[in-house]
Design a protein around this ligand. Structure first.
Ligand code: THU
Length: 159
């Protein structure tokens, strides 16, 4: 039987090791976490999306008493950016989360639905979106969304 092994390259670093624009993007994601509306989970997520023209759109999670009606920070920021600048490709996204007033030590990774939404953007603009995941102890850098969604279903899967 044939075996296939899929692997993901994750660079582990500190913010200081990154380019200024990526450091800045992480800072904007951390700032955005402060605007989360998360009375049910107490989990505050901030996201900043860098577009190819250098503009940044940020967002935070927005919860609802009818739980599924809320939305993750990643999709708030991505859809905000896509709605405001429909012609511009996102080229990086930074994500940070805090709970009980402190940023998590380890990076959080986007949920499956957000990965799928981000993949759509990557395919739509044919441009990789670099993923920067903030943790106060370490930052993860992943080259593209596809790396976070092996065996993905995308528009090329539709016949
Ligand atoms: N959340 C995000 O905003 N992004 C993620 O990547 C994971 C989870 C939100 C959804 C919900 O408001 C809270 O965090 C707890 O799941």
């Amino acid at each position: 039987m044939e075996e296939k092994i899929l692997s993901t390259r994750i660079q582990v670093c500190t913010p200081e090791e990154l380019d200024a624009r990526y450091r800045n993007l992480l800072d904007q994601a951390k700032e955005a976490a402060a605007s989360a509306y998360a009375p049910y989970s107490g989990f505050h997520v901030g996201t900043a999306v860098l577009l190819e023209n250098g503009e940044v759109f940020s967002g935070s999670n927005q919860e609802n008493s009818a739980y599924p009606s809320g939305l993750c920070a990643e999709r708030v920021a991505l859809f905000f950016a896509n709605a405001q600048r429909p012609q511009l490709a996102p080229e990086a996204i930074a994500i940070a989360a805090s709970a009980q007033g402190r940023f998590l030590e380890n990076p959080i990774t986007p949920c499956g639905a957000c990965r799928q939404a981000l993949l759509e953007s990557e395919m739509r603009f044919r441009k990789n979106i670099k993923v920067l995941l903030y943790g106060s102890d370490r930052v993860y850098v992943i080259e593209c969304i596809k790396d976070l969604l092996p065996l993905c279903f995308g528009k090329d899967s539709l016949v």
